[in-house]
Design a protein around this ligand. Sequence first.
Ligand code: HEC
Length: 136
Amino acid sequence: MRRNSQSSLLAVGAALLLGFAATAALAESGKVKPPSPGEASFANDIQPILVYRCLECHKEGGQGEVESGLRLDTYEGLMKGTKNGKIILPGNALASTLNQLVSGQAALRMPHNKKPLTPCEVESIRRWIQQGAKNN
Ligand code: HEC
């Protein structure tokens, strides 16, 4: 009886050790990555901001659309930009007009004459552009 419980303890110990070893090996081979902050999503993170903070002026016939040509009701509209050109350079948030306007780095700030976006919203937009501005 004593012998048995000792050997089953040993078996448990060995299994645990093997488990640790396997996890360590996987981590080393790059298969198990540490948790990443995750990818920003157009549908989940960006579109909701555009809808409730920008759309009133940047839909067809809205003040912003009429003056700048920018429509923000679709991904395509956002990527097409204004009558003067693109406002997003995928992978380069710093050089993207959109990022500059919402983070207050430009003389003009968006939303126009309204409460600025929260730091969290600005960061979502920056991260999404930096990750390639995908329609994801
Ligand atoms: C209250 C109306 C209003 C809201 C809300 C608004 N805009 Fe605008 N937007 C304008 C107007 C008006 C212009 C044209 C301004 C100008 O060219 O002087 C403009 C122009 C722009 C431009 C072009 C700027 C340029 O350099 O030509 C961008 C980009 C833009 N808006 C993005 C946004 C984004 C993003 C939001 C939401 C976070 C937003 N706007 C919310 C009215 C608005």
